[in-house]
Each structure stands twice: as C-alpha cells, then as structure tokens.
Design a binder for this molecule. Structure first.
Ligand SMILES: [Cu+2]
Length: 175
C-alpha cells in the first residue's frame, strides 16, 4: 500500500499527539493525583429538608471540630441557599452541595470552584481562595427560565478580618 509521504508525516504527528495526551493523563493520574470525580454520595433530593445536614437551619459556613471549614449549600430553581456566604482567604474550604430539583452547576469565576450539582448526589469540592474580594457563584447548567438570575454572592475576607463560623452540628460524610 502506498502512503503519500506528506500524509505519512501527518499520521505520525497525529499519533504522536494522541500518545502525548494519553501519556499526560497517565502521568498526572499517577504523580499528581488528578482523577475524575469519584466521590459518590447519594441523597434523596425530595427530602433534603428532612436530612440533618441539608436542613434549612444548618446551611451555610460551619467550622468542623478539626478546624476545617465546611460550606453546606442547597441549589434550587433559582438560587443557592444561603445566598451570601463569607469566607476567609487562604483557608481550605470544603463545599458540599445538593440540588432539590433539577441539575444545576456552580461556578465562581476567576477561581477553580466549579462543579455540577446532579439531583440525587452530593457534590463536594475542597478549595481555597487566595484573593479577598466579592465573587459571584453562578449556575452554569441551564436549569429553566430563571437560570440567568441564579447566582449568589461569596465574600472572601482577609484571614485577619475573618469573624469565624459557628461549629458544625453535622459533619459531612467524608469517605
Ligand atoms: Cu441554572
């Protein structure tokens, strides 16, 4: 079979690219712990308000016994509850989110805080915000007519101005 030399060159290039992509996935998976989300924790969306963790009076920012911060948020058409949270800069924060209705997403621009919120599952992200300021938390999965207005505010304050958070009554399941 004859292959045009130019075509052959590009075949090598494309196979080379595939090898580089697969290699980098493998390399980062082994050396940097980059894995697809695997935190599978289910929850009944219809009775979120009856769970201890996602009950209305337990939402928001809490401090766990070991000092870490946990934010419990509920996504519902069309907002995140509570709709304003305050966090200290440069501090690891674990977000735990659940949807009461349809699929939502949450994304804070200019940060790496972004995840889908699939009904029936708890989404969990741990991150830290180096820069103080106001950040919107936007829904980035189309969820209906009011999707454009679905956002809430996150204020990141300098560590020394942080007023603290109440102790968590419920510690999220961290398997
Ligand atoms: Cu939405």
């Amino acid at each position: 079979m004859h292959i045009n030399p130019l075509e052959q060159k590009w075949l090598y290039v494309s196979f080379g690219m595939v090898a580089i992509f697969l290699g980098s996935i493998l390399l980062t998976a082994v050396t940097k712990g980059v894995h697809p989300p695997s935190h599978i924790e289910t929850i009944d969306s219809a009775s979120l308000h009856l769970t201890e963790e996602f009950a209305e009076d337990n939402l928001g920012v809490h401090q766990l016994a070991d000092g870490r911060l946990q934010v419990t948020l509920v996504a519902a058409r069309y907002g995140f509850y509570p709709n304003h949270i305050e966090l200290p800069a440069d501090t690891p924060v674990t977000f735990r989110l659940a949807s009461v209705d349809v699929m939502h997403g949450v994304h804070a621009p200019m940060t790496n805080m972004s995840t889908m919120i699939v009904p029936g599952y708890v989404s969990e992200i741990t991150t830290a915000f180096p820069k103080p300021g106001d950040y919107p938390m936007l829904c980035n999965e189309y969820c209906g007519m009011g999707h454009d207005h679905m956002w809430s505010k996150m204020t990141v304050v300098a560590k020394e101005n942080w007023h603290g958070a109440p102790q968590a009554k419920v510690r999220g399941d961290r398997s």
